[in-house]
Design a protein around this ligand. Structure first.
Ligand SMILES: *Cc1c(COP(=O)(O)O)cnc(C)c1O
Length: 390
């Protein structure tokens, strides 16, 4: 191995310390005074730290901090981690609970909005508090850590709802739980017969990649089908460490997908999203969603017009691998759930054919078939056999 060169901001750290996620968490930057020792702040950032102190906590792992460009306030890592004054202002239309989750929260740990899947909120803390956090009402720290009882109650809720076949474990960041605790929750969920698959939403590969060791990856693999959904927003975040974390998961048989959030002046550009998608695919991480920013309080400065996302998708579809094109999702304010948007390729609908415009702007006709009955005659047989098997 080549000689250990400590990051410039932490010249005294040993290799072992830097790669120990607990060391990282113990040394996370949580105050203005600490932050100023590492990054020369702009006036907006200084005031941002002070004015948002009582609104939403700050926390930056040394690793993520080391990715910040100290000379440029528009560094995408910096903008995601350091508060701005804008966050202290609530704009019209912004909501404390932008996705109406608390309206669909039958028990503390569960958000149940869709018929066959639930969100399981396992804890309220993160390795880095994203300045664009949509769940800041929870991650701000006002809610207590979920107790053993709350977790048991969440598991019981799923057990009592046989239609739930997909459980999405989130928070907070579930990978901040120690292996044993995470394993206990996963085991309890996995033991429910109607749960077909588990997903874990985490920013650990982005913000604290040293947490993903072989033991964690091996443990997750035992709960297959289990998908890790991570959250890279800019190609700058795809470092050798982040890549190693994602590849370790995939190598152990745990598929990894990415959800990015479209944010003004951070990644609101087709070139950046294309590069992000390509870099994700190179480490076998599949772009899943590109999210329109939610209307969380104090995040207006990061929102893009709806048309921007559509324009970005138009610049991707056809121009690059279909695998590199995420779904553009708007999670509707107030709790309507996700809808997706895409460029409109239909130029004209006629009775016998549909006229499309392709990615190059050329028009093509697709003729309608004569027969329109689409029922599947074998389906009766198939459903009967499936019923007999299960
Ligand atoms: C996003 C979300 C899901 C998962 O949605 P998919 O489209 O299946 O990825 C489930 N529950 C809630 C409450 C969500 O916000």
């Amino acid at each position: 191995m080549s000689e250990w060169v400590p990051p410039a901001l932490f010249p005294d750290v040993s290799f072992a310390e830097w790669n120990d996620w607990r060391w990282q968490m113990r040394h996370a930057v949580r105050s203005l005074a600490q932050l100023e020792r590492f990054v020369p702040l702009t006036e907006d950032e200084r005031k941002g730290c002070l004015e948002t102190a009582g609104i939403f906590r700050m926390g930056i792992s040394p690793y993520y901090l080391s990715l910040i460009d100290r000379d440029h306030p528009f560094c995408p890592v910096r903008m995601q981690a350091i508060p701005s004054r804008h966050e202290a202002t609530v704009h019209p239309g912004e909501l404390r609970d932008p996705l109406g989750e608390d309206l669909h929260r039958p028990v503390e740990a569960i958000v149940h909005k869709y018929p066959d899947r639930v969100l399981f909120l396992a804890l309220d803390s993160c390795s880095v508090y994203c300045r664009h956090c949509t769940r800041r009402r929870i991650t701000r720290g006002g809610e207590a850590e979920l107790t053993r009882d709350a977790i048991r109650e969440g598991v019981e809720y799923i057990r009592a709802h046989p239609k739930v076949r997909d459980v999405l474990l989130s928070g907070g960041d579930p990978f901040l739980l120690v292996d044993a605790k995470l394993e206990e929750i996963l085991s309890a969920i996995r033991a429910i017969p109607h749960v077909e698959m588990i997903r874990i939403g985490t920013r650990i590969p982005v913000c604290l990649p040293m947490r993903v060791d072989d033991a964690l990856a091996r443990m997750l693999r035992r709960f297959a089908p289990l998908f890790v959904i991570t959250h890279f927003n800019h190609p700058k975040e795809i470092t050798p460490e982040a890549r190693a974390a994602c590849e370790r998961l995939v190598d152990h048989g745990v598929p990894v997908e990415n959800q990015a959030v479209l944010m003004r002046r951070i990644n609101s550009d087709a070139r950046i999203i294309r590069e992000l998608s390509h870099e994700c695919l190179k480490m076998r991480v599949r772009p899943y969603y590109l999210h329109q920013m939610d209307v969380a309080e104090g995040t207006e400065h990061l929102r893009t017009p709806i048309a921007k996302g559509v324009e970005i998708l138009r610049a991707l579809r056809g121009h690059t691998s279909g695998l590199a094109v995420p779904h553009l999702a708007v999670d509707l304010p107030g709790g309507g759930g996700k809808v997706t948007l895409q460029p409109d390729y239909v130029a004209e609908r006629r009775e016998r054919e549909t006229i499309f415009r392709n990615f190059r702007g050329e028009t093509y006709a697709y003729p309608e078939p004569v027969e329109t009955d689409c029922s599947c005659p074998y389906d009766e047989v198939w459903t009967a056999r499936r019923g007999a098997r299960s």
